[in-house]
Write a protein that binds this ligand. Structure first.
Ligand code: ADP
Ligand code: F6P
Length: 319
């Protein structure tokens, strides 16, 4: 292994830059040449590549987004596209690749390793939807962004005595809603992993109002959908004026939390070590406080890790 490539793919997440920095600096420290591949698999197919130096990753550890940019590539979904990518990697002399991205990017990474290109994945997505790892890079920052937003919405909600439905990202995973809801003291958390009963949600809101609560926050994961309909139903069943806020892409930006920067730094270093050890098909993760690595097959075959205990706790604490 003399030359490695690094790319970011799919939805960006805060902490991706810290991961790129760790890959580049660990690689150079260990005597490798490191090539930055711009715009994910699109750049891999089209040769958007440049050699990285120690200084090309200076001053990025604290920045959100990704200095290598990211993309979604339709072409890479095809066998032909992936063959082109493999050819381009050969032309640039790249012996192994680090893919920083989410579930989709990992599917692509697995297929790249099936073509004989040693590939290691680093989980970079705010969604926390990769089950083999406790946390993905960017999740902690996104949760903190949502908690900050809950505080602001709570102020105006209290002033007006309203209920607020707040829709958060996470695709098919309810983790952002769950953790931000628990941290923000939401009255109800609605996630795709658990059935919800709108009457039970409304009953809780009415009980709270009767006890003198001046506001109510309902955190809704985007995978459930229907925020506007849910808010109308709450309004008609409780008589409480209700507003909806879709937080959207503010959850994907901003300076990464210390937790995400540390996680990204450790994972980036492990990814380089794995390639140097000749591991050709691995994903880096964290379990407990330990950095771990698993075969790509185990990334997709792991059981759902939804944290039911925390979901139940949030329900108890918001009684
Ligand atoms: P994320 O990595 O954030 O989940 P996407 O699901 O959009 O983002 O995936 C990012 C890119 O990964 C896609 O645009 C595509 O190029 C590649 N990809 C996704 N799924 C596959 C797949 N099944 N096979 C090959 N490549 C894939
Ligand atoms: O996967 C990350 C994510 O932010 C999801 O939470 C969200 O559903 C999706 O990406 C939005 O993607 P786009 O970049 O296309 O708006």
């Amino acid at each position: 292994m003399k030359t490695i490539g690094v790319l970011t793919s799919g939805g960006d997440s805060p902490g991706m830059n810290a991961a790129i920095r760790a890959v580049v600096r660990t690689g150079i420290y260990k005597g490798l040449k490191v090539i930055g591949i711009r715009q994910g698999y699109h750049g891999m197919i089209n040769g958007l590549m440049e050699e990285m130096s120690l200084s090309s990753v200076a001053d990025i550890i604290h920045r959100g987004g990704t200095m290598l940019q990211t993309a979604r590539s339709e072409e890479f979904l095809t066998e032909e596209g992936r063959q082109k990518a493999s050819y381009t990697l050969k032309i640039f002399g790249i012996d192994g690749v680090v893919v920083i991205g989410g579930d989709g990017s990992f599917q692509g990474a697995k297929k790249l390793s099936d073509l004989g290109i040693p590939t290691v994945g680093i989980p970079g997505t705010i969604d926390n939807d990769l089950r083999y790892t406790d946390y993905t890079i960017g999740f902690d920052t996104a949760v903190n962004t949502v908690v900050d937003a809950i505080g602001k919405i709570r102020d105006t909600s209290t002033s007006h005595g309203r209920a607020n439905v707040i829709e958060v990202m996470g695709r098919h995973c309810g983790d952002i809603a769950l953790y931000a809801g628990l941290a923000g003291g939401a009255e109800s958390i609605i996630v795709p992993e658990e059935n919800f009963d709108i009457d039970a949600v409304c009953k809780k809101l009415i009980n709270g109002r009767n006890r003198g609560k001046l506001h109510s926050i309902i955190l809704l994961a985007e995978g459930v959908g229907g925020g506007i309909d849910i808010s109308k139903e709450i309004e008609s069943k409780t008589g409480m004026e209700t507003r909806v806020t879709i937080l959207g892409h503010i959850q994907r930006g901003g300076t990464p939390s210390a937790f995400d920067r540390v996680l990204a730094s450790k994972m980036g270093a492990r990814a380089v070590d794995l390639l140097m050890e000749g591991k050709a098909c691995r994903a880096v993760g964290v379990k407990g406080n330990e950095i771990v690595d698993v075969d790509f097959d185990d990334v997709f075959n792991t059981e759902n890790k939804f944290d039911k205990a925390s979901y139940d706790l949030a329900n108890i604490l918001s009684i």
